[in-house]
Design a protein around this ligand. Structure first.
Ligand SMILES: Cc1cc2nc3c(=O)[nH]c(=O)nc-3n(C[C@H](O)[C@H](O)[C@H](O)COP(=O)(O)OP(=O)(O)OC[C@H]3O[C@@H](n4cnc5c(N)ncnc54)[C@H](O)[C@@H]3O)c2cc1C
Length: 374
């Protein structure tokens, strides 16, 4: 019998975790990641306004995923890869070096963005402390400015206004409309919701980026390069989409001019068979959207195909952003399609069918109940 192949998944975030689960039965899988849990970059709005709800779905220790039982996880910072000897290197919390050989490698280290997506080694206590510090800071503020026009900014404004109806919330963004990349109908609908919640909506404002902008909540007045007088609030949340790919550990010849990993339509790194990239780190399409368009399944399929000499599949994207923008709310979960149309799943179905059945069993192949000691 042929020896089982070895796959290293570098970065166990939203998409690396799913890829590891999909491959676990078919190969010896090692996952290397800075944290010992899934700490998703999704749903910033729910995270800052209702951290308990967010943690239930988006902060899950690896040992609670049944699908990872066969996967060996290593908590380490990735430091390099030797493509000739097919070995990945990392540094553990104690400073010791780890080296993992692979037949296939999945690069899924994502991007750094704001205080909520940092690729640093963190214990559960440190993750919890960061989560509560941001929430407490915003909860204590009488007024909040949100700078940015993407999903993270819009979701933050909607969720804060829903959780804290008495707070003054203002959303500032540079263009005529927010949510660029989504169908225009999506912004029309969300703008109506923001207005109904009493959020001040301020198009045409491009902020001067101060020192803390982009990686912490600040309190200084915000100035505008677009000429308006400065705006003030007790807290300023910067969600300006200043993403930086987590690719310092990779040889520069694998990267495009912006530092993202170049990939073929099969999500394979050109010239390196068996090396794949997926998720926000992969230059798969202009929106780098393979995480939300089932890139995990495609890469898992292609790795198995590569091992067995079958044909690889190619990645397809709808060409527009889509998904849940504001997360689960008391009235259910609204999902925006690439066409800009939205459908709402009622709250009962989200709690009883979608999350336990489709997400925890269907997608993650089983998630154990919450650790009572946490
Ligand atoms: C099921 C699903 C549903 C989604 N739904 C939506 C949606 O509705 N709307 C939407 O806009 N988007 C959606 N997304 C996409 C989402 O917005 C992001 O694209 C996704 O979170 C990116 O995942 P990632 O794994 O590429 O990055 P991340 O989740 O950031 O994972 C990267 C991981 O690598 C680790 N890492 C980074 N560098 C190092 C290093 N040097 N050493 C060790 N570890 C490192 C990080 O700590 C992190 O754990 C969805 C994604 C999925 C999978």
């Amino acid at each position: 019998m042929a020896a089982r192949k070895r796959v290293v998944v570098a970065g166990l975030g939203d998409v690396g975790l799913l890829t590891a689960i999909r491959l676990a039965k078919h190969a010896d899988v090692v996952g290397i990641s800075a944290k010992s849990a899934l700490v998703s970059g999704q749903e910033l709005g729910v995270r800052i306004s209702r951290p308990g709800d967010w943690a239930r779905d988006y902060w899950i220790p690896f040992d609670r995923f049944r699908g990872l039982d066969r996967v060996r996880t290593v908590q380490a910072t990735l430091t390099g890869v030797d493509l000739a000897s097919r070995t990945v290197f990392g540094r553990g919390g104690d400073g010791a070096t780890t080296a993992e050989e692979f037949d296939a490698l999945v690069i899924s280290t994502g991007v750094t963005n704001g205080f909520w997506r940092q690729p640093t080694m963190e214990s559960a206590d440190e993750i919890g402390a960061g989560l509560h510090a941001a929430h407490n800071r915003l909860a204590a503020a009488g007024s909040v400015i949100v700078v940015g026009g993407g999903a993270a900014a819009v979701s933050s404004a909607v969720n804060m206004a829903t959780t804290w109806p008495d707070k003054r919330i203002d959303l500032y963004f540079p263009g005529e409309a927010a949510l660029v990349g989504y169908h225009p109908r999506t912004w029309d609908r969300i703008r109506g919701r923001l207005t109904a919640l009493g959020v001040g909506v301020h198009p045409g404002h491009r902020a001067v980026l101060s020192n803390g902008a982009g990686h912490e909540i600040t309190s200084e007045p915000v100035s505008w390069t677009t000429g308006q007088p400065p705006a003030t609030a007790d807290a300023v949340l910067w969600a300006i989409g200043k993403v930086r790919p987590n690719t310092d550990w990779l040889p520069p010849e694998l990267l495009d001019e912006h530092g993202f990993v170049r990939v073929s339509p099969e999500l394979e790194v050109p010239g390196h068979r068996g090396v794949f990239a997926v998720g926000d780190v992969a230059a798969s399409d202009p929106l780098r959207s393979s995480a939300r368009n089932r890139g995990d399944s495609l890469v898992a399929h292609n790795i198995r195909a590569e091992f067995t000499g079958r044909r690889l599949r190619t990645y397809r994207t709808p060409g527009r952003r889509w998904g849940s923008l504001v997360g689960i709310q008391a009235d259910g979960l609204e999902v925006f399609l690439p066409t800009g149309h939205a459908f709402r799943l009622p709250a009962w179905s989200v709690q009883r069918v979608v999350m336990p059945g489709l997400v925890r069993w269907g997608m993650y192949r089983g998630v154990r109940a919450n650790d009572p000691l946490r």
